[in-house]
Ligand binder design. Sequence first.
Ligand code: CA
Length: 574
Amino acid sequence: MNCKGWNLVVAGFLMSLAAVAAAQGQKARTVDSERIARAAEAEPENWLTYHGSYNAQRHSRLDQINAKNAKQMEEAWQFYLPIPHGFEATPLVVDGVMYFTTGGHTAVYALDAASGKELWHRTFEVAEQVPACCDWVNRGLALGNGNVYFVTLDARLIALNAASGETLWEKTLADWRDGFTATVAPLFVNGKVITGISGGEYGIRGFVDAYEADTGERSWRFWTIPSPGEPGHDTWKGEQPTWMTGGGPTWVTGSYDPELNLLYWTVGNPAPDFNGEVRPGDNLYTDSVVALNPETGELIWHYQWTPHDVWDYDGINEVILADLEVKGRQVKALIHADKNGHFYVLDRSNGTFIQAAPFVRQTWAKRLDPKTGRPEVADVARLTSAMEPLCPGPAGGKEWNHMAFSPQTGLAYIPVIENCATFRMGQAFYRKGLPFWGSVADAAAIGPGESQGAMLALDPVTLKPSWKIDTKWPVMSGVLSTAGNLVFWGEAEGQLHATDAETGKDVWTHKAPMGMHAPPMTYAVDGQQYVAFPVGWGGWLNGFAPGLRHGERGHLLTVWRLPKGGQPSADGQQ
Ligand code: CA
């Protein structure tokens, strides 16, 4: 770059700083754990952490846009993204500034949240050879101590100054040549940045890491596969030291209970996928949720949804923390809709199983033990070359895209996949950095007119559906719930929805140019509520919806609000 070019860059950089300062005005305050813990109640205008709050409910107290006036929403702004990859991030908003990431060469954007005007962006190139099973994606960032924290596909964790975009520090989580990648949005807890890792289809040994937010120094690492001598190691039998390549990735952001001071993180499938012959045993802590001490990484308890998984049921889906009255007793509950097709309620203080029930068609489990929830595997699911379709298939009854829980309606809103598949077991050979799975699974044909998905409102207390909207394709977007008695979500062909949270009646729809995979989120600036939909198809989605066709372009952030000026009345008339 010549000198003049550099001067222009510097000038642009200083202008960006001024713009950020102006956008933040006098309100700019540092984000810390106390602020995040109170954000849902004290400052619903902000979305300070990946799931919106530590309890991961993805429920906002904003109610300016409600079930009566949502039909009047108009688009406030759009922001187009030049990426041919899935757009899976949840944007964060703090004091009028929005931050989000995109996949491909991992990029971070800072925008004025009211206008969509770009303040700065940074792009971090990754090597073309980086192994990623399921597209070059990224799910977002953490805010804390005046910085943003995110991972790159080649498994780096980076801290940038939130105002300027300048790099503060950068750490390598693991070597991508060994099959490690990273796509998760980190979580900021008590001055530490907590992150997971991807690569469960490449024979990694998974972990959850914590780094000091100011320096990037690693505080602790929790290995998801126990080594010899550690509790749980005896769940990895077989001739080879299979635990060293046993998978157990951690690529979905965890939840945190500040009162119990417990961090909850989910762990994905064992490796090799599909072929369990080389790894007899339950294969802890794969397909599980682990509760950790966030200061030390010490394991406090664990619960395994699917012991000895040979169907890629993963168990990686988010866990939501909610206080419920179940069977006449107040429970500090943890709720979870698993890929294996069952909805679970646990006691989050100690990991005790409370109840579970299928929320989609499932044939792999004969029953769950009513006391422990441990599945009794159906004969049809014992893999040989099972040509009979098994439900769910490896797409699961729900993928990673997040459900929401409304404390107002008491309902969980689940993006559902109705999916069955045939599995054929094959050999699995470990080679460093290469795919490590032992089977193929083919999605089974569905009957004419059958739906492949649904938006399902489920009562976690009764485990009964409250309402359900059938969809042509699997619902692959996340869900946002709001105090306006609305749930926001998107379909595979781009229909965006605002649905009455109590009745399941659609009150607003809009057709976006592509399907939606990310979760919508909401925020407010100067008293105006906005709803942001990250639109962009990608990831391993053809495996879920064979026959669904999509263009390569059309990724955008589309942001909606009520018309400015008019004060919407209770019945929605201006
Ligand atoms: Ca998997």
